[in-house]
Design a protein around this ligand. Structure first.
Ligand SMILES: *[C@@H]1O[C@H](CO)[C@@H](O)[C@H](O)[C@H]1NC(C)=O
Length: 307
């Protein structure tokens, strides 16, 4: 019996609307099954947790999911501020940010593809030193590693699903984390970054799933730097340039909006995506006269595929 055309089309639409999940067995952290001792509701708003790294006092905020379940291993998502920015701006959506880069509402709606059960995330907003991420001698990578171990001892985290995103210096630091953490971070999303300012410490050559975006009219951190960061992970991830259909970047001032290249033939579970947009140095580009930025959706589409 032939399927009615409309049903067939609806099915096709459903199939193409979702990226196939990339599965890995969850690795539950030591905080699973325990009542949190350090993280409270206030840790995600007004009262940061503190730690000492390299003899320096450091701060980070931790946002619990709406109904935290200490036996569910959650994603851990770092949201890093830009130069002269603060974690509080990221949290409160001040200084040009959407709160937590707009990800918590999308995360809250996410369900696990395998079971259909709720699959939310724990978000962390750390403060850089001197409002930046110079990562001198790797001290910021060490700081993020320390935060991971502290949070994961207190809360239930899936240690195979750690992510980082950020704009500008926060993108440079997300790139530095991909370089420095290798297999200990699943994916990063770098929004208008640069490969020099936070550096790329060893191992540097490990594959890490990578999403990069950049404005073609960026005069603060020109797009060349964004391409250079992307190309490291195109190489590390073994993507196949012969198979990849590179989509032309939009022309400056064309009003064309964004273009997107999905690299082909990358190592299993190590995709690379590149989005170029006709716009300046901004974490919230928009297009087509829309009020809201497309960035949260693009970022979340990239992160949520890792299960
Ligand atoms: C808590 O999480 C576990 C593991 O994912 C799940 O089996 C359980 O149903 C959840 N409990 C509630 C009350 O949602």
């Amino acid at each position: 019996m032939a399927l009615p055309t409309f049903l067939f089309q609806a099915l096709l639409l459903l199939l193409t609307a979702f990226i196939a999940p990339i599965q890995a067995a969850a690795k539950a952290s030591s905080g699973c099954g325990k009542a949190p001792q350090r993280v409270t509701a206030a840790s995600g708003t007004t009262t940061p947790l503190t730690t000492t790294v390299n003899s320096k006092k450091r701060e980070y905020f931790v946002k619990l999911p709406a109904s935290y379940n200490n036996t569910h291993p959650y994603r851990l998502v770092f949201t890093l501020h830009a130069l002269q920015g603060t974690a509080s701006q990221v949290i409160n959506g001040q200084g040009g940010y959407i709160p937590w880069y707009g990800l918590p509402p999308l995360s809250a709606k996410t369900t696990a593809a395998s079971s259909g059960t709720p699959d939310d995330s724990i978000f962390v907003a750390p403060n850089g030193l001197n409002n930046g991420w110079a990562n001198t001698a790797g001290e910021d990578v060490t700081f993020i590693r320390t935060v991971m171990s502290e949070v994961e001892a207190d809360l239930c985290v899936d240690q195979t699903r750690r992510f980082s995103t950020g704009f500008s210096y926060g993108a440079a630091m997300s790139y530095a984390l991909a370089c420095g953490l290798g297999k200990d971070i699943r994916a990063v999303a770098a929004l208008s970054g640069n490969p020099q300012i936070s550096g790329c410490a060893s191992p540097a050559s490990e594959p890490v799933a990578y999403y990069g975006q950049h404005g073609v009219a960026d005069t603060v951190l020109p797009i060349d730097g964004g391409r250079e960061m992307r190309d490291r992970f195109v190489r590390n991830n073994g993507c196949d340039m012969d198979k990849t259909k590179v989509v032309k970047e939009p022309v400056k001032g064309s009003g064309q909006g964004r273009t997107k290249t999905v690299y082909e033939g990358c190592k299993e579970g190590k995709p690379v995506v590149w989005v170029a947009f006709d716009g300046p140095h901004t974490p919230t580009p928009t297009e087509g006269g829309e009020k809201d930025s497309w960035v949260p959706e693009e970022t979340w589409e990239f992160f949520r595929q890792f299960q």
